[in-house]
Design a protein around this ligand. Structure first.
Ligand SMILES: NC(=O)c1ccc[n+]([C@@H]2O[C@H](COP(=O)([O-])OP(=O)(O)OC[C@H]3O[C@@H](n4cnc5c(N)ncnc54)[C@H](O)[C@@H]3O)[C@@H](O)[C@H]2O)c1
Ligand SMILES: [Zn+2]
Ligand SMILES: [Zn+2]
Length: 368
């Protein structure tokens, strides 16, 4: 079938929205009609050429939500009409990681996905006979996509598409960092560095876990205001004095849980230093630049601080994304403030511009 899609032709150039060919789903695959898709930093990171593992031509986008149109052979858990969220982090349910509660890093299709192929090592997207590769196993800057069944989470059809698509990446990452990775305990003190989609999700996650005090640190007063709306009890301007200020607020000890959601290794270091002696846990969610390293004085670790990394918030997508969506429907998570701009597919490059200008938290492309 023919469809419109935003193709990365050349690194550093705007995406080109054009007509491409999409082949039918094969065994274990599903054709999804996309309705909404968020624009995320990882799309821009790859489009800019900064990502050393990037490739082109490819259809970008990975924060999608839509409706199952058709299923290929051997697909049992999804049917036409189901509402789904795309998962760049799949859940096969069978690999050694999927059966272990300690991680969400499914191993089933990693290698092919990283190279831009579906699990059988081929692509479904093409134009005039030339293969176009998939991105993060999703390729959701398009009217349709073909994805493996194990990379789609079936969600409550009452949830609006432009809100559920945010659970495909940033929002679940932040929520999960607090709920899964850190497993914040009720009554604790938390500090979240960064008030973008991921940091604000972490603030909401700390609130849902029953944290007593939630301090959010960012450079933008506007974003700190949004953090208050998600449950931050205190907000603070980031920068050089942030660690000292946090120590002062916590009787000199530091916080029970700290979260880093900026992508800056200097801030990651601050997040470790702001964690409490004895048991403070620092959860790192930000993606650092190529070759950058985290500088930590080992004594901080010997005296009981711990550091954990979190990919997609440790969320096992097929099981847990639907639960998070239910919590949003129940009014526990206020998703609306994250949705800043609604764009058409033709305006996808504008989405990148808005992101670079830090204008709003998320731009969502409406495809319906
Ligand atoms: N681990 C994962 O699975 C995963 C998933 C999605 C995104 N990410 C990463 O998480 C990070 C955050 O993503 P986002 O979409 O929220 O980004 P964002 O750019 O919207 O937010 C980052 C925030 O950090 C703030 N910031 C910058 N320097 C700061 C400082 N010195 N002190 C305090 N705050 C500071 C900025 O003002 C901004 O509000 C990025 O690195 C992104 O790549 C990780
Ligand atoms: Zn993303
Ligand atoms: Zn698996």
């Amino acid at each position: 079938m023919k469809m419109r899609a935003a193709v990365l032709e050349q690194f550093g150039q705007p995406l080109a929205v054009q007509e491409v060919e999409l082949a039918e789903p094969r065994a274990g695959e599903v054709l999804v009609r996309l309705v909404a898709c968020g624009v995320c930093h990882t799309d821009l990171y790859t489009a800019s050429g900064a990502d050393p593992s990037g490739y082109a031509p490819a259809v970008l986008g990975h924060e999608g939500a839509g409706v199952v149109e058709r299923v290929g052979p051997d697909v049992a858990s999804l049917a036409p009409g189901d509402h789904v969220v795309t998962l760049f982090s799949p859940q096969c349910g069978e690999c050694v990681h999927c059966v272990d509660p300690r991680t969400n890093l499914c191993l089933a299709i990693r290698e092919q996905q990283n190279q831009g192929f579906l699990p059988d090592g081929t692509t479904r997207i093409s134009r005039e006979g030339e293969d176009v590769r998939h991105f993060m196993g999703c390729s959701t800057f398009a009217e349709y996509t073909v994805m493996p069944e194990i990379a789609l989470a079936k969600v409550n059809p009452e949830a609006p598409f432009e809100q559920v698509c945010l659970f495909a990446c940033g929002l679940s990452t932040g929520l999960g960092a607090a709920i899964n990775t850190a497993a914040v305990e009720p009554g604790s003190t938390c500090v979240v560095f960064g008030a973008g989609m991921v940091g604000l999700g972490a603030v909401a996650g700390c609130r849902l876990q029953g944290a007593e005090r939630i301090v959010c640190v960012d450079l933008s007063a506007e974003r700190l205001q949004l953090a208050r709306g998600q449950g931050a009890t205190d907000v603070m301007q980031g920068g050089e004095g942030a660690v000292e200020a946090i120590l002062e607020m916590t009787g000199g000890f530091g916080a029970d849980y700290t979260f880093e959601a900026t992508g800056s290794v200097a801030v990651m270091r601050q997040a470790v230093e702001a964690a409490r002696m004895g048991w403070g846990l620092c959860t790192v969610a930000g993606v650092a630049g190529r070759g950058e390293t985290l500088d930590v004085v080992p004594r901080l670790l010997i005296t009981g601080r711990r550091v954990a990394g979190s990919s997609f918030g440790g969320v096992k997508g097929r099981e847990q994304v639907p639960v998070l969506v239910e919590r949003a429907l129940a009014g526990e998570i206020d998703v609306e403030p994250f949705l800043s701009h609604r764009l058409r597919l033709d305006e996808v490059n504008r989405g990148f511009e808005l992101m670079e200008a830090q204008d709003g938290i998320r731009s969502v492309i409406e495809l319906g």
